[in-house]
Design a protein around this ligand. Sequence first.
Ligand code: ADP
Ligand code: MG
Length: 447
Amino acid sequence: MDNFDPASLWNLCLGEAEKNLDKTEFDSWLKGSSFEDMSGTLMVIRFRNSFVAGHAKSRFGSMMEEILRDLSGRPDLALQFIGDPAKPGPSSKDFVPPGIGGAGSDSMFLRANYTFDHFVVGPNNQLAHAGALAVSRNAGSSTYNPLFIYGGVGLGKTHLIQAIAHSIRQDESGMTFRYLSTEFVVGTFINCVLQKDYTKFRKLFQGIDYLLMDDIQFLEGKVETQEAFFHRFNELHQQEKQIVLTSDRPPHELKDLPERLISRFQWGLVADIKPPEFETRLAILMLLVRDEGIEIDREVLDFIAASITKNVRQLSGVVHRLAAISRLTGSRIDMELAEKEIKSTLGTISRRLTPGAITSAVAEEFNISPSQLRGKHRKRNILIPRQVAMTLLRELTSMSLKEIGAFFSGRDHSTVLNSIERIEELRESDRDLDRKIEDIKRKLNSL
Ligand code: ADP
Ligand code: MG
């Protein structure tokens, strides 16, 4: 986020939302909102009145938070929507939350580009993708009902479940679906309890061929909602309606959920999504860059794909921010700019052992520049430090030989392997080199 003040960050978020929503929807609820204040990790946004703020929060709150986290690279940020305190709006029961009643309210928001077309399939997500495709073509088949997709943060669960929704919406079979966040389901249930009327809750699950429920782990600890959901689940399943659930953990690791609910989650297909490997990360980056309509050199893409390994959202955050910077300033996206964004994405905790930090430390020790180190020159005074850097990357990070090669201007894994062997040999005879390497490691440890 180093490159943006919060007010322009919010404007970028609005731009992204505008791309995703109907014009009328965007204009009625989000347009004209503005950044008010930042308190810690909470970003406060002002709307024209509290009715609009309340409605915007319930319909777009989680989507806007997602966009904000994508664009800032800060998963800890949260949003608060406020209205003008002088003009209190109608109370919350006067507006209809999404997903309930009325024609056209078949879902909460779908992000426009969370489609199958925009999903890169790799060994890490193949099964989940195949399951999602299968159910989108054929509802309620017993082998895939429910389809339970789980995996860590930012790995594409929401993307896949929304892709199912997009695909149902596009085909002509007349099938209906409802896409719901589990938080919303829990919220609706709590409102029903307060009003002693469960109609709204029941309606969430009626009249649909597909129930798409995201982040089911939020049922943890919500005993009464679990109970009510259990009945709705059974009903839908008996009627051979398709159920798709996502979670950050496999069913058996969900805490405090009754065994009978967990065993139902395992009736169909349970598929996980893992962090993508290097090639898949690179393919995702290429897709993102194409979507943004910008150009980034292959060398820089390799560098980003080698540096960000655990979370696709971070990859897309870096690309979005680089695109915004290049549009705002007209500057070319080079290694230096990419590295800065990668650092701000990975944050201070892991900064110490990023590939960038390690190469900088090596470059400094040998009195050359990081770009010489990563470049193509083969002079001995550069070659040895480069080989040292490769060795340290292998030792101190979880990067594969291939990733390390990519990081150093697209060298292949055998070059990396040879370099590491060479340095190990040299260290035995060259005391000076050995001491330098130890120095670098000490410095990195004390960062
Ligand atoms: P999760 O719900 O698992 O936390 P998301 O579905 O929100 O993650 O994905 C985070 C970001 O990464 C989204 O912008 C999504 O489009 C993107 N993404 C994740 N996996 C892929 C993929 N395989 N291909 C393309 N984009 C992906
Ligand atoms: Mg998600």
